[in-house]
Design a protein around this ligand. Structure first.
Ligand SMILES: [Zn+2]
Length: 656
């Protein structure tokens, strides 16, 4: 190892000692200034903060006129001593002991299923446990997620969430309430998000990044927030997990103060949509623990790029940072005490995940599950159905709501006056949602991957307003800022223009780039100006693109990015179906489109076409190479194309 790399490693592994101090402040602007210097703010009061300050920061803090008053010298050594204390009833586990314990639970308890999401930058495993009946299956049950140790020195959060795993496996056979919760929910618990930070006893990850500043909703302008949004392994692997398994609620345990911190943390100028629902759940959590609750930016201090803002902003999942202890790593005897305090609230959240609006979204023709966007009025804040199963679950209080379900390539469906009944703590309404394919509707962006922070004193728009078809509601991208959008169905290169960028303002301009990797590299397709700008992606050399990045060079009101579903000869959604050596394309056709068949074999093949009643309606002779077939005359419905030689079958949907 060369000397320079060695020095860098040592620099990230051995942080300077931290003192716990009190610092007088004149205004909330001072909190912001101290935070930006790298002082770790724990508790915020009207006239002072309690904070941790590295020995290397004293000079700079003093130069700016602050006077730290020492409360505890080398607080990190106190925490390390507590971590290593083996004298009492309880103890903290080391990373290795924790890892092996998770494997033990998964091996010995049927209700546990362990997933390794990925590796940290120093190759330590990032684990999450799914606790449910049929734990190995992804079922259509409401999901909740608990995690801890996003900050590696806040080890009490590890204790609380790890204790919940122990509690559930031990009580499952004894306690009917625990059994009912485990059987009817998917309970995800990730006690150690930042494994490198845990091992190094530091707030930051293995690369010195604060993971609660690295997420994609309004990312940037923070101390140690990473080189780009979601640049860190831990953020991205957990982010992928969130998209695979949409949760009703998300709790991230922290320590350093006592607070239930709600969205938003990035702004004091906006309250989150449906704040009444969030408050309701916070109040329930507080009723057992006594923790105060409120909007994070107001009750604590504003930060960009935190996990709960991403969960609620990008995913529509109600999320909190729950700060459970003034000390980040209190004596090990505190683990049981704090777990007992939080346990009833954690169980209550699991229970409440069943209350509200639930449903299943499928394709009306093929009954395949669909990932769809669920909008619940009056606020019309979004959430998503599960990609694998099509199920969705949203917490709502008893009342009447309008529910809109949308997926690209399908007619939207509106359910008016959906009633969430009252009665039990988890009374709910269930919607069976069958979406009808419509390949004549344009595709649109379905999720926000990341945005550069904007000044919310002058910009009250939300990034998600750039999703959906163009609807007159736009996200204001301020000059020099950007947004990265994802398409569930890729934009494809066809005849002529392939995509259109809509703005609600005739002024402003933005550079439009595309990629098949959200991290880039990005290929520029052109500059959007005015209300509508169309682009051909063929100039980029890509034949399709899943991600679009819009960068404003002058304030740009981004309403939507759309792409026609049918381009040129047509390809639809997932593309082609393969029957042995024979490919069929597209998998959805109409009387206006031709079915393309490509026989990869040198010999001709014969396909039998069956309707859903199992009756053979057609025989197709397929020569070697490419041929085309018209489906005119076939009535709308699902057909099975079976190779007479291999008996392999594929499904084709014919629209009227
Ligand atoms: Zn924290």
């Amino acid at each position: 190892m060369n000397m320079v790399i060695m020095m860098c490693l040592l620099a990230t592994m051995i942080a300077p000692h931290q003192d716990l101090v009190s610092i007088d402040i004149a205004s909330s602007q001072d909190v912001r200034e101290l935070d930006a210097l790298g002082v770790v703010i724990n508790e915020v009061y009207r006239d002072h903060v309690v904070a941790e300050i590295g020995h290397d920061l004293y000079a700079e803090v003093a130069r700016r006129g602050y006077v730290p008053v020492l409360l505890q010298q080398n607080i990190d050594e106190v925490y390390l001593k507590n971590f290593l204390d083996r004298s009492g009833r309880s103890q903290y586990l080391t990373y290795e002991q924790y890892r092996d314990s998770m494997v033990f639970f998964a091996t010995n308890y049927e209700i546990c299923h362990l997933e390794t999401l990925g590796l940290s930058h120093y190759n330590r495993v990032l684990l999450v446990m799914r606790i449910s009946d049929n734990a190995d299956l992804d079922e259509t049950e409401p999901a909740v997620h608990f995690e801890a140790n996003v900050h590696g020195d806040e080890k009490i959060g590890w204790g609380v969430s790890f204790s919940m795993i122990k509690y559930l496996v031990e009580e499952y056979d004894n306690d009917p309430y625990v059994q009912q919760l485990v059987d009817s929910r998917e309970i995800w618990i990730a006690p150690m998000v930042n494994t490198d930070g845990f091992v190094n006893h530091t707030r930051y990850n293995g690369r010195g990044v604060d993971l609660n500043r690295n997420w994609g909703w309004m990312w940037g302008n923070e101390y140690s927030c990473g080189s780009d949004f979601m640049s860190e392994n831990e953020a991205w692997y957990f982010g992928e997990h969130f998209w695979r398994h949409p949760f009703v609620t998300y709790v991230s345990f922290h320590a350093g103060t006592i607070y239930i911190s709600e969205p938003w943390s990035y702004t004091t100028y906006l309250q989150p949509p449906e704040q009444n629902l969030i408050h309701h759940l916070s109040q329930g959590y507080a009723s057992n623990t006594g923790y105060p609750y409120g909007q994070g930016s107001i009750g604590m201090y504003p930060i960009n790029g935190c996990t709960k803002d991403y969960d609620y902003g990008c995913g529509g999942e109600v999320g909190w940072s729950v700060e459970v202890c003034y000390q980040k790593t209190p004596s090990p005897d505190s683990i049981d005490v704090i777990f007992e305090r939080d346990k009833p609230s954690m169980l209550w959240l699991m229970h409440k995940a069943g209350q509200g609006i639930h449903g299943l979204v499928t394709d009306s023709l093929g009954s395949d599950p669909l990932r769809a966007i669920i909008l619940v009025g009056p606020s019309n804040w979004h959430s998503y159905s599960d990609e694998a199963n099509g199920d969705f679950h949203r917490f709502y209080l008893p009342g009447t709501y309008d529910v809109t379900v949308m997926a690209p390539g399908y007619d939207p469906k509106v359910f008016e006056d959906v009633v969430v009944p009252s009665g039990t703590p988890d009374s709910s309404v269930y919607l069976d949602v069958q979406l009808v394919p419509n390949p004549y509707l344009p595709l649109y962006a379905t999720r926000v991957m990341g945005t550069r922070y904007v000044s919310t004193s002058s910009n009250m728009t939300y990034p998600v307003w750039a999703l959906f078809p163009n609807d007159g509601q736009a996200y204001q991208i301020d000059s020099g800022k950007w947004i990265v959008l994802a398409f569930d169905n890729p934009i494809r290169d066809g005849v002529g223009d392939d995509m259109t960028v809509y703005s609600t303002s005739a002024s402003g301009s933005a550079t439009v780039r595309v990629s098949n990797d959200w991290r880039g590299s990005w290929q520029t397709v052109g500059t959007a100006t005015g209300l509508e700008s169309s682009f051909d992606i063929s100039a980029t050399g890509l034949d399709s693109a899943c991600y679009v990045r819009v960068e404003a060079s002058g304030q740009f009101m981004l309403d939507a990015v759309e792409a026609p579903l049918l381009t040129g000869i047509t390809e639809w959604g997932g593309g082609e179906a393969v029957v042995g050596a024979v490919s069929l394309m597209p998998t959805v056709v109409s009387s206006r489109t031709l079915l393309s068949i490509f026989n990869h074999d040198a010999q001709p093949h014969m396909l039998n076409v069956y309707n859903i009643a199992g009756q053979r309606v057609r025989e197709l002779f397929v020569p070697a190479g490419r041929s085309e077939v018209s489906c005119t005359g076939m009535s709308a419905g699902v057909y099975f194309f079976t190779d007479t030689e291999t008996q392999e079958t594929q499904r084709i949907v014919v629209l009227k």
